[in-house]
Design a protein around this ligand. Structure first.
Ligand code: G1P
Length: 289
């Protein structure tokens, strides 16, 4: 029996410079897509996929993320007093159970691989999920949940991939596959931010991973890669020499909320998926367009 995937790591230490001044005093992960912070959407995905422990790798000025996943006594009391049972219930539904969250800090911005490595003591010696909070994976069934199922059938490391236009491959990690059309396929190559014209395919690493704990031993070395940063992709390349890596092809829609256009599109798409908002929003959009 493969070890179950119980824990998920959320690297939330990034500065969010692309969203200044909105992110001057507020973490970018707290920007809202409709009425939920981006990080809440990603935690929702993990929880729907069966994750039981949520590990946040934070940094300076990120305390409000910890507050967001805590109960808010005064607010709850006020909602109760005002008879707002629906709102209160919704807040309580979202709240992780006591002991289900952990927070640790990445003390210097040394890269994504380093951020993940900072969670090693909390993850321990078991496979775990990694979800990049900038990227929303919109689908009927949660991307990470599907990956956990695939892992249950065939243990190993899994990376979600999805196509990008050829002129964007240099912005991402790109994979080469044994079978580019299969839902899951063995990965034959991985390159972080390949120079234009050198990408092994148009399938990019979209920000959802299942990783075996051996990744931490490789990250221990602290080797720098692309951009002088400790890259998770480089550690995965090393690990793929001895452990199986599979790509999981994500068929839903990806919104890269690290970019303004992706963030705006996510807001429109998520609102249009809400029966309480869609009709009125459609009317407003028609007026604008
Ligand atoms: C990171 C990963 C990259 C992946 C991307 C997805 O890059 O290193 O492999 O394709 O996230 O958004 P970053 O966006 O941090 O530069």
């Amino acid at each position: 029996m493969p070890k179950p995937i119980r824990k998920a790591v959320f690297p939330v230490a990034g500065l969010g410079t692309r969203f200044l001044p909105a992110t001057k005093a507020m973490p970018k992960e707290m920007l809202t897509v409709v009425d939920r912070p981006i990080i809440q959407h990603v935690v929702d995905e993990a929880r729907a996929g069966g994750i039981e422990h949520f590990i946040f790798v934070t940094g300076r000025n990120k305390g409000v993320i910890e507050d967001h996943f805590d109960s808010q006594f005064e607010l709850e009391r006020t909602l109760k007093e005002r008879g707002k049972a629906g709102e209160l219930e919704a807040l309580q539904r979202d709240l992780p159970k006591p002991g289900q969250t952990s927070f640790t800090r990445q003390q210097s911005p040394l890269g994504l691989g380093h951020a993940v490595w900072c969670a090693r003591e909390i993850v321990g010696n078991e496979p775990f999920a990694l979800l990049l909070p900038d990227v929303l994976h919109y689908a009927e069934t949660p991307c990470i949940g599907e990956m956990i199922k695939a892992y249950g059938q065939r243990p190993g490391n899994y990376i979600a991939v999805a196509p990008v236009p050829a002129d964007q491959t240099h912005q991402y990690g790109i994979v080469g596959l044994e079978d580019a059309n299969a839902k899951t396929s063995r990965i034959t190559r991985m390159v972080e931010k390949p120079k234009s014209g050198t990408a092994p395919s148009n399938l990019h690493i979209s920000g959802r991973y299942i990783l075996e704990p051996e990744i931490f031993r490789i990250l221990d070395a602290g080797e720098r890669g692309a951009g002088g940063e400790i890259q998770i992709t480089d550690a995965m390349i090393r690990m793929a020499e001895t452990r199986p890596f599979y790509a999981f092809r994500f068929d839903g829609t990806i919104y890269d909320c690290g970019s303004k256009i992706g963030f705006l599109a996510a807001n429109v798409a998520y609102a249009l998926a809400r029966p309480d908002l869609a009709p009125a929003l459609r009317g407003e959009l028609k007026k604008l367009l």
